[in-house]
Design a protein around this ligand. Structure first.
Ligand code: NAP
Length: 280
């Protein structure tokens, strides 16, 4: 199976690195061409040129319209029988539009958002939640296993993105809890490395505390996961909540907080920059 990766940002570059190690990566495309240099495979100057050369097209770009633009471009050249796997975080509605467009070309589409951060992408340890045809998933599973430690078929097209929205609501609550608790610890003058070490081993331990705890208390907020991207996800979650009557006050609060930070120019910082609003 020949795979091509479109989008070599914080997540896509880690995933492409693991595809290369496993021998599947045959082509890359990135809008900013310089990011393709580290991969020892042909780099294409347009997504449609890449799509003509591979059997599996993986996508990892920022937002809904970006995915739809890429899908529209590759639809002109992609071979029937190919499979497109979108690992970006977008709405279920976008996944359904992309799947419908590619079905016209006899191409299967899987919405396959991921969780696990840049560390998970780099280490091939992502959790991947998949919507779409189960047979198409089985065909590409060996390729996905190069990038993910946990691959779960959630149901029809859009159900992967619906599951990722659940993850993003939870992530908002964790961001609020960890930034607030660590600012509270710092205000007491505790040794932050020890606080993080001991709490990480107890019932309140979590990935975000372990990976972003110390850096946030040192005022370092390099992404990671850009807070403007999480804001984009939470706006999708708010729309879903409004449609279903669900109540997500922690996500609502996080949207408001992120908007304050984005207005101050911090949108490209990691989501741990929420600490800026909590520190004494
Ligand atoms: P990132 O570092 O900002 O990279 C974004 C990538 O998308 C870049 O390769 C960018 O190209 C490309 N791109 C954006 N708009 C495009 C367009 N219109 N046409 C072509 N390429 C376009 O973001 P990331 O952190 O890798 O996130 C990518 C996706 O994964 C997002 O949907 C995000 O929500 C999701 N995600 C992120 C994390 C995380 O921890 N970072 C975790 C799980 C899921 P350029 O290089 O030219 O800008």
């Amino acid at each position: 199976m020949k795979a091509g990766m479109i989008g070599l940002g914080a997540m896509g570059s880690g995933m492409a690195g693991n595809l290369a190690k496993a021998g599947y990566l045959m082509a890359v495309y990135n809008r900013t061409a310089a990011k393709t240099a580290e991969f020892n495979v042909p780099a294409y100057s347009a997504p449609e040129a890449l799509a003509a050369e591979v059997d599996i097209v993986l996508i990892c770009v920022s937002a809904d319209q970006d995915v739809l633009d890429i899908v529209e471009a590759i639809a002109s050249t992609i071979k029937p029988g190919s499979i497109v796997v979108d690992t970006s975080t977008v709405s279920s509605e976008t996944a359904k539009k992309a799947a419908a467009r590619l079905a016209e070309k006899q191409v299967a589409f899987l919405d396959a958002p991921v969780s696990g951060g840049v560390e998970g992408a780099k280490n091939g340890a992502l959790a991947m939640m998949i919507g779409g045809d189960a047979d198409a998933l089985e065909q590409v599973r060996p390729v996905l296993e190069a990038m993910a430690a946990r691959i779960i078929h959630m149901g029809p097209t859009g159900s992967g993105q619906a599951t990722k929205a659940v993850n993003q609501v939870m992530c908002a609550g964790i961001d609020q809890a960890v930034t607030e608790a660590l600012a509270f610890a710092q205000a007491q003058g505790l040794a932050m490395d020890k606080v993080i070490n001991v709490i990480s081993g107890g019932a309140s331990g979590n990935w975000f505390l372990q990976h972003r705890g110390l850096t946030m208390t040192q005022g370092a907020f390099a992404p990671g996961f850009k807070l403007a991207l999480h804001h984009k996800d939470l706006k999708i979650c708010q729309k879903m909540a409004a449609q279903t009557g669900a109540f997500i006050p922690l996500a609502d609060m996080t949207v408001t907080d992120y908007e304050k930070l984005m207005a101050e120019g911090y949108g490209d910082e990691d989501i741990s920059a929420l600490y800026r609003l909590k520190k004494p």
